[in-house]
Design a protein. Structure first.
Lengths: 221, 221
């Protein structure tokens, strides 16, 4: 019975996600869902992405957190539209939360919508939000063994960001092993090593993202 | 209706947790549930705790992970009984998983049972496993703003470990602010700053834990 209940929740989520996706397509908005552990550097990566791409694209951000408006305030301080979702306890975002957040934005004035999911390597993987791509961030201090323990999130991500790359020397992080296991789990996902707060190594990631934004604009009906 | 379902699951969990608790009490075992983000250093903290207390107490460990036996193997390599639970996707442990793991252990031969929960700052907070104390670990690289974003886990924890404390200088971690916010959320929880992999600062934490182990033995029927 529990399985059926979960299935019902997912089916309802996926139907609304499809509505979100059609809405994004009509406006030619590319939507990326950033997932990571707490403190892996989601907001810092978003800020570095904004710095790299704000002259080329109109960007907006939806921030998901259990509580607080800390992240949305950080984004808004840079003059970027930011909507905060407080899940009130839920460990992931769902498509109806995204719908309500998107209702407050003018999609025709946005090229790139970045969703920051709740800090969690497990729950967000199962929930389609209507985004074009899920991307995950692992930070070096978390350790190179995380793909063994949380394989699902590595498998659903179209790209993997390895953040806090400047601390590889501080921690016992085996980057070759990390890249090898990620490749086994998801052969098509590029791994972008960068240090978001220092702005180092960001370009390969932002150019990959820019190519996806262009593709979304090209297919706009 | 969803609320009722969730309530039913929690009620079932709590009833089994009570059975676990009575079982632990009969054997005079103190049980601690360690919660943290992925990569915060749960296993390293357990290994440092084992090193400090193994001459005084008989210790066993239950390892919870979505997948893999990596952590149980690390513990077992030190000659400590270790049971691995793979949740197969679930983002937290539940009391029935603990019951089944405990069935494989001889509780009368154990003084201290350490449970490592799934790496997650959200889901484990709501689930009573029958443990005597929940303790959380935050690692310095995760950032001092985490109590704002994940207040629940700080509120349910009887102690807070601040791990990777040797990297305070590497990251922009405001320890005074962190301690202040934790104190506001949970005035009775001590904060133990330590570096588990280096074995630094471990004693205050292990002495707190040892006092709790002694208390559990003292009330054994």
């Amino acid at each position: 019975m529990q399985v059926d209940i979960a299935k019902g929740i997912l089916e309802k989520n996926d139907a609304l996600a499809e509505e979100n996706r059609e809405r994004f397509a009509r406006s030619g908005v590319f939507v990326v869902d950033l997932m990571a552990s707490p403190g892996a550097g989601k907001t810092s990566t978003i800020l570095a992405t904004i710095a790299a791409l704000r002259d080329r694209y109109r960007i907006a951000v939806i921030e998901g957190d259990i509580a607080s408006r800390v992240d949305a305030e950080k984004i808004a301080a840079h003059g970027i539209p930011a909507v905060q979702i407080n899940t009130g306890g839920a460990c992931h975002l769902e498509s109806d939360m995204i719908k309500r957040a998107v209702d407050t934005l003018d999609l025709d004035e946005i090229d790139l919508l970045i969703i920051e999911n709740v800090g969690n390597l497990v729950c967000p993987t199962d929930f389609d939000l209507g985004e074009h791509a899920k991307v995950m961030i692992l930070s070096v201090p978390e350790g190179h063994d995380k793909p063994y323990k949380y394989p699902g999130i590595f498998q659903v991500s179209e790209a993997v960001i390895l953040n806090k790359h400047d601390t590889v020397g501080v921690f016992d992080f085996d980057e070759a092993e990390f890249r090898s296991v990620v490749h086994d789990l998801n052969p098509n996902a590029p791994v972008f090593a960068l240090s978001a707060t220092k702005g180092e190594g960001v370009e390969a990631w932002t150019e990959w993202l820019a190519a996806r934004v262009e593709a979304a604009k090209a297919v706009q009906p």
